[in-house]
Write a protein that binds this ligand. Structure first.
Ligand code: SF4
Length: 295
């Protein structure tokens, strides 16, 4: 008998759910709504919303718009985006996640308080990621972005350091960076750090490891652009070597190998529930002739 289970902890975090609800609410009133950047790193969900009138634009196109309505996604934006909107009389629907917004304010406050003291403000995150750009924008572009321990050579360990994290980074990676700065800073140098990692993502790591190891076979569903998806998939793979990354149901083309009984379907914070349901249905359909399916 084949069992197919969808991980109840996978799927959109509340920040993404709220942004999509805001878009759908607005699209109920208007034919076209602009969104600055992909609303979520999942092309199928973006296509679904595009069919309702959502138009994804980049910063260049945004700067050329006048008098339109533009949704800002959960990742948040730097102050320069709001300044452009004001200049061009663009109506903003701000769907910045409240967790990101709090972090932006915290970084801005810290920057104002420490910039005259020559303190280095450091962000552990992915260079060029939209959320990180929004955070760096709170410091007039002066924050130093660190992706890994190797980047720490860019810091001056004879000057004070304050460290923050992008909300979606791993806790282990953050702890490693903290440990390394502690080890290398000169005596008398102040080092303050703030664990600003969102638990909506951090808690998924232990959950997904447990889910992956309790199944014979895993289909991990996420868009190719989702960094959170790549990171969670790596954990699945460590917990269960029979883990496979797919972006849509049609990528499953053959029945499961003999002996597989428990199949798990899970995904990233950017994976829609409807897509995981499609994948589960596809698994059942393809394996129907080979197994008794437990629904
Ligand atoms: S991962 Fe956390 S901080 Fe990021 S959008 Fe989702 S809820 Fe907000």
């Amino acid at each position: 008998m084949l069992e197919v289970e969808i991980d109840k902890d996978s799927g959109f975090c509340f920040g993404v759910v709220t942004a999509i609800e805001s878009a759908e609410r607005e699209l109920g009133k208007t034919d076209t709504l602009y969104c600055l950047g992909d609303i979520v790193h999942n092309s199928l969900e973006v296509e679904r919303l595009q069919s309702q009138g959502l138009r994804t634009i980049g910063h260049e196109e945004f700067a050329a718009l006048h008098g339109k309505t533009v949704l800002l996604r959960a990742h948040g934006e730097p102050p320069s985006t709001y300044a452009t909107a004001k200049r061009n009389r663009i109506n903003i629907i701000d769907a910045t996640c409240p967790v990101v917004l709090r972090l932006q304010r915290k970084i801005h406050k810290c920057y104002k308080e420490t910039s005259s003291r020559n303190t280095q403000l450091v962000i552990y995150g992915k260079k060029g990621h939209a959320e990180v750009n929004g955070l760096v924008g709170q410091t007039d572009g002066t924050a130093i972005v660190i992706e890994k321990v190797g980047d720490l050579d860019r810091l001056d360990f004879n000057r004070d350091i304050v460290l923050f994290s992008q909300t979606t980074k791993s806790l282990d990676g953050f702890r490693e960076i903290v440990g390394e700065i502690e080890r290398r800073r000169s005596g008398g140098i102040r080092f303050d750090y703030y664990d600003t990692i969102c638990r909506q993502v951090a808690n998924r790591l232990p959950n997904i490891k447990k889910f992956a190891s309790s199944h014979d076979w895993i289909y991990f569903v996420a868009g190719g652009k989702s960094s959170n998806g790549r990171m969670l998939f790596e954990e699945c793979l460590k917990a269960n070597p029979n883990s496979f990354f797919i972006s849509e149901a049609k990528e499953i083309t053959s029945p499961l190998p003999a002996g597989i009984r428990r199949v798990g379907v899970c995904g990233a914070t950017s994976t829609p529930k409807w897509l995981m349901e499609e994948v589960a249905e596809r698994i059942r359909a393809i394996n129907r002739n080979f197994y008794t399916i437990d629904l």
